[in-house]
Design a protein. Structure first.
Length: 194
């Protein structure tokens, strides 16, 4: 998208800048709340995930009746049953779900961080120090989650949700202020070559 087209789109958003500002403030406040009550935010996140799994499992089972003559019907049946069962397990035991999720994230961060470390040192592409930094921080986070597990299961998801909401809220806030301060778009006539 060219600069002119983007400028015209933000011009149409200008009357909505107050709503974007309010959205940013609300998201930031929710993020701060999640940071203050991290264990509750973690359990809330896990419960939402559990319900999403149950609903997706039910939708998968409904799909079974729509494609009953298809050769891959078994995949829908298994997906639906697993979605409902795992979702119900997470809903009825949210702390166990948070513990399992934290272990998965710890493993992911440790493997990805180690990969970035090795790739940065071996390839030494331009500005490879940033990839090395990314690898060190990501690996460190993975190790931190592993070492402090199961206690990390109480705060990790709440922390990530809180930080994410704060950053998203700040982005909306800055976007709203930028839109408010933009000058009105003035169409520039295009001269054709004679």
């Amino acid at each position: 998208m060219g600069t002119g087209a983007m400028f015209l789109e933000t011009d149409s958003l200008r009357p909505q800048w107050r709503w974007l500002l309010a959205l940013g403030i609300v998201m930031g406040a929710l993020g701060l709340t999640a940071l203050v009550i991290m264990p509750a935010a973690t359990l809330g996140t896990i419960l939402v995930l559990g319900w999403l799994l149950v609903v997706s499992g039910i939708a998968e089972m409904v799909q079974v009746f729509r494609v009953r003559r298809w050769g891959g019907l078994f995949l829908h049946v298994i997906g639906g049953i697993l979605g409902v069962l795992i979702g119900l397990l997470v809903i009825t035991r949210p702390l166990v779900g948070a513990m399992a999720s934290t272990l998965l994230f710890a493993s992911f961060f440790a493997v990805i961080g180690l990969f970035w470390l090795i790739a940065a040192v071996r390839l030494k592409f331009p500005k490879w120090g940033w990839a090395l930094f990314d690898g060190v921080i990501t690996l460190g986070l993975g190790i931190l989650l592993w070492v402090s597990w199961p206690v990390s299961a109480l705060w990790f998801l709440g922390l990530t949700v809180g930080v994410s909401l704060i950053l998203r809220g700040w982005s909306y806030l800055m976007f709203a202020l930028a839109i408010r301060n933009l000058a009105t778009a003035v169409p520039i006539p295009i001269r054709r070559a004679a």
